[in-house]
Design a protein around this ligand. Structure first.
Ligand code: PLP
Length: 401
């Protein structure tokens, strides 16, 4: 058996089968490239679902992590540590908000946002206790905890994990009329992805996010934007909401905030919202730890320069121009997205998204399919134009025959 086959069969034997990875075993990675256990190189066109916006082995991030590893890595929140204040101050400033509540994974940040909205609803808005409602969109992806799958419309994510957490109202994504109809006096928040990543990189109709902002402001409801995948440079802006000049009440961040080095997530909002928490009401042993803060501080500094957003804009324009040339040629039926992020619908006659992904893998390109015949393209923002073009060449070859 090859080294690859051996590694895969022992992983299959001893890990739960909650994923179906492509048959490649990575041993090393740098920038936009990964190398497998047999020395084959692959262009990473997924970037850990945008956790690796700054590329593999980014020098600045590794240096920041290494320096912090030598000093102190974990204190728990029982004590203060000397990176915490800077992290909260800098992240608040990046978001134009006043307060940060740090967690680790994206799902934890979404859970935190749900708890924030409920508490704000009862203590500030005056919703009767136990009656808070949060409006969410169909086809959402916000994580995999029991509460979050309670408002998922994806059967794989949801079925046989009940009983479900009540208090959520699901409306079609992109439909303002349906959203307005779902908001009642007990609604505390609208929770949305500004672009739905897992659903296939769905960009809502122009004016939708602005409409959500106006509606939520008028009805005294929090607008909570899950920017875990869309945020931190991916779409060419720091936040995808900026494309409609919208500022939500609550930013939910994760993935790239930890630079692909450590899990770092956060809820960011003003004092009138996050100020509802008192000691003991929420927390996490690892949330806001010194190593996480050190890496995230470097991520924030990198985003402050604007260079990654600019790369995403320029390379993204190029990516979408090239992908759009494929639409109508038979193989590609639609392309969506913004910045260096695209959902490409392949004609099902050419194969499932999985089959296309496997063919791309054989040609040295790693992508991930989603929902049938869609593949997602989201390379690290540090990818060179030449490498991006090479990746697109491989896609054209796979689709052409
Ligand atoms: C990945 C993701 C999450 C969940 O993050 P985890 O770190 O996997 O828990 C939530 N929302 C969105 C939009 C995501 O892309």
């Amino acid at each position: 058996m090859s080294t690859t086959a051996q590694a895969i069969s022992s992983a299959d034997a001893h890990s739960a089968h909650n994923y179906h990875p492509l048959p490649v075993v990575i041993a090393h990675a740098e920038g936009a490239w990964m190398t497998d256990v047999e020395g084959r190189r692959y262009l990473d066109m997924l970037a850990g679902y945008s956790a690796l916006n700054f590329g593999h082995g980014n020098r600045r991030l590794l240096d920041a992590a290494r320096a912090q590893l030598e000093r102190v890595t974990l204190t728990s929140r029982a004590f203060h540590h000397d990176r915490f204040a800077d992290f909260c101050t800098e992240l608040s400033a990046l978001c134009g908000k006043e307060m940060v509540l740090p967690m680790n994974t994206g799902a934890e940040a979404v859970e935190t946002a749900v708890k924030t909205a409920r508490k704000w609803g009862y203590e500030v808005k005056g919703v009767p206790d136990g009656h808070a409602k949060i409006v969410v969109a169909a086809d959402n992806f916000h994580g995999r905890t029991t509460t979050i799958v309670s408002f998922s419309t994806d059967h794989d994510a949801r079925d046989h994990f009940g009983p479900y957490t009540p208090g959520f109202e699901i409306v079609p994504y992109g439909d303002l009329t349906a959203l307005a109809a779902a908001v009642t006096s007990n609604t505390v928040a609208v929770l949305l992805e500004p672009i739905q990543g897992e659903a296939g990189v769905l960009v809502p109709p122009a004016g939708y996010l602005r409409g959500v902002r106006e509606l939520t402001r008028e009805r005294n409801v929090l607008f909570m934007a899950d920017e875990i995948q869309s945020g931190l440079g991916r779409t060419g802006k720091t936040f995808a909401c900026e494309h409609e000049e919208v500022v939500p009440d609550v930013y939910i961040l994760g993935k790239a905030l930890g630079g692909g080095v450590v899990p770092v997530s956060a809820v960011v909002a003003d004092r009138d919202v996050l100020g509802v928490f008192r000691p003991g009401e929420h927390g996490s042993t690892f949330g806001g730890n010194p190593l996480a803060c050190a890496v995230a501080l470097e991520v924030i500094a990198m985003l402050r320069s604007g260079e990654y957003q600019q790369r995403a804009t320029e390379l993204g324009d190029h990516l979408h121009r090239e992908l759009n040339l494929l639409v109508g040629g038979g193989a590609v039926t639609a392309v969506r997205g913004r910045g260096l992020w695209a959902g490409v619908d392949i004609d099902p006659a050419l194969g499932t998204g999985r089959e296309i992904s496997e063919k791309l893998m054989e040609r040295g390109v790693l992508v991930k399919d989603t929902h049938g015949s869609t593949i997602r393209i989201a390379p690290p923002l540090v990818i060179s134009k030449e490498d991006l073009d090479w990746g697109l060449d491989q896609l054209r070859s796979v689709l052409g025959g």
